[in-house]
Design a protein around this ligand. Structure first.
Ligand SMILES: *[C@@H]1O[C@H](CO)[C@@H](O)[C@H](O)[C@H]1NC(C)=O
Ligand SMILES: *[C@@H]1O[C@H](CO)[C@@H](O)[C@H](O)[C@H]1NC(C)=O
Length: 480
């Protein structure tokens, strides 16, 4: 099995190399941006067993839901699958987060199965500023002032009102929400702000606490490699990254730059460049751990352990994770330049980065010593980027006060909501920001981020299955 996978990886390497050459004319994405975007991709797509009739629809939304005097509007997209619709159907809404919506979420998986059981109508809403629901002509910092979770939650209220008013069969329907990751957070906060509009909700992997220096994240990534990949793999990562750090610190920078295939513009005397590089290295491991399913980590660990020395293993692994361009652009200045380019070229990287500066932080730093990814990517890298990309007003103090404001608005770890079922993978690096077992959440052993959306199936672990069944029972109660 492992051998076959290694061959596959080699084939992928060659194919991707070809692709990198072909697409070298489009704008190169610096590796820090690339790896951050990878981490905010949406939940895994669902397996769809039969073709569903999903319709794409648009709602006219107010650009500013909280300013009566502002009459500007934009078009928000949603997907609807009404194949089970009947008089009084409950409405099963899956909330979009910082990604483009797609059909599988309303065509298959556990949410779909539960909708089928209750003759529900399935809806998937797109979050403003993502996918095709773009409210402003550019993503300038001034225009991004309409991007806020409170605006997005108010959009969902309008969407529910419209579904009910436009469709007589749904006029008195009960509504349920589901979401994954940031959109799971939205489920919880929706219930807090508008408790009477929904009867219940499912929040898979919901971070609740805004925190600028999110040091716990890399600890759990490390733990995933340790528990699923073994001590040797963990040591390889820790030693390899430590070796690369020491090469830069001890006048072997040229050798390290060559090993990592860095472009000539990289300046190893510049802290911001070095931080961007080591942040991007660790993010490749995060990308694997955050969405791992059974066997993934074992597979990558086999690959890492197939090299003779630690640093070479890391260099080859991250080169694959970075998409194998002709040279690796890890400079801080390219990172800034890319996000500025995003003002006029739509790309979800910029609006999500803005939300982190403005609302949450959640910078996955090297601040903990209890993780294997070294010491060279402090939260300061990310907060400095906020200032350089959006506005000098985003200094450290401002970003900390923004996160504190979010916790004040939504209650942090104590959101004070009822009838919301929260689930987490026990090896999901996001889980320290959400509820644990003590607060009533379910933690699923060995599982990663948003890994419980699939239909109940024979390959589910006993715990995963039990959690899905518990949710199905709760939904029956909420709809009774
Ligand atoms: C978690 O994964 C480890 C390593 O593969 C395995 O030994 C263990 O049985 C798994 N635990 C559960 C509850 O599935
Ligand atoms: C994200 O990264 C993981 C591993 O680093 C890779 O398997 C996956 O294909 C990447 N996905 C995207 C959309 O870039």
């Amino acid at each position: 099995m492992a051998a076959v996978r290694l061959v596959c990886l080699a084939v992928v390497l060659v194919l991707a190399l070809g692709q990198a050459l072909e697409t070298s004319k489009v704008k190169d994405v610096p590796v820090l941006v690339r790896t951050l975007k990878n981490l905010s991709r949406g939940p895994p797509q669902q397996v769809v067993t039969k073709r569903a009739n999903v319709q794409e629809k648009w709602i006219t939304q107010k650009l500013d839901n909280f300013d009566e005097t502002n009459t500007e509007t934009y078009q928000m997209r949603y997907l609807i699958n009404d194949e089970f619709q009947t008089e009084g159907s409950p409405i099963f809404i899956y909330l979009g987060g910082e990604w483009e919506i797609e059909q599988s979420m309303v065509s298959g998986g556990h949410w779909y199965d539960m909708a089928q059981e209750h003759n529900g109508v399935l809806v998937y809403t797109e979050h403003r500023y993502y996918g095709q629901s773009i409210p402003t002509s550019t993503m300038s910092t001034a225009n991004l002032k309409y991007l806020h979770v409170k605006q997005a939650l108010a959009d969902v209220v309008k969407c529910i009102e419209l579904l009910k008013s436009e469709n007589p069969q749904l006029a008195n329907s009960k509504v349920l929400l589901a979401g994954g990751s940031y959109s799971a957070t939205m489920v919880v906060w929706f219930k807090r702000l508008y408790p009477d509009l929904i009867v219940g909700g499912w929040a898979s992997s919901a971070p609740l606490l805004a925190k600028v220096d999110f040091t716990e994240y890399k600890e759990v990534v490390g733990r995933a490699f340790l528990e699923l990949g073994g001590q040797k793999c963990y040591d390889r990562i820790q030693n390899g990254i430590a070796e690369l750090e020491s090469m830069f610190a001890n006048k072997r920078g040229a050798e390290a730059r060559a090993m990592l295939r860095l472009c000539n513009s990289f300046d190893d005397q510049n802290d911001l460049d070095l931080w961007s590089l080591f942040g991007s290295i660790s993010n490749v491991f995060s990308g694997v751990a955050q969405y791992q399913s059974t066997g993934d980590i074992e597979y990558y660990c086999d690959y890492l352990l197939s090299f003779r020395d630690d640093a070479t293993a890391i260099a080859n692994f991250v080169y694959w994770g970075w998409g194998m361009p002709s040279c690796i652009d890890a400079t801080y200045s390219s990172t800034v330049e890319y996000y500025l380019w995003g003002v006029d070229h739509f790309d979800a990287g910029r609006p999500w980065y803005y939300q982190t500066c403005n609302e949450y932080g959640w910078y996955q730093s090297s601040g903990s010593s209890n993780q294997p990814f070294g010491t060279k990517f402090p939260a300061t890298l990310y907060t400095t980027l906020c200032g350089d990309v959006f506005s000098s007003q985003y200094g450290n103090a401002q970003i900390n006060s923004n996160a504190a404001q979010t916790n004040e608005d939504f209650g942090g770890m104590e959101p004070g909501v009822e009838n919301i079922y929260m689930t987490h993978g026990a090896l999901d690096p996001w889980n320290p920001m959400g509820h644990g077992v003590a607060e009533g959440a379910t933690l699923i052993a060995n599982a990663s981020h948003c890994s419980d959306f699939g239909s109940i199936r024979s390959t589910d672990s006993a715990e995963l299955r039990a959690s899905k069944e518990k949710l199905a029972e709760l939904v029956r109660q909420w709809l009774a």
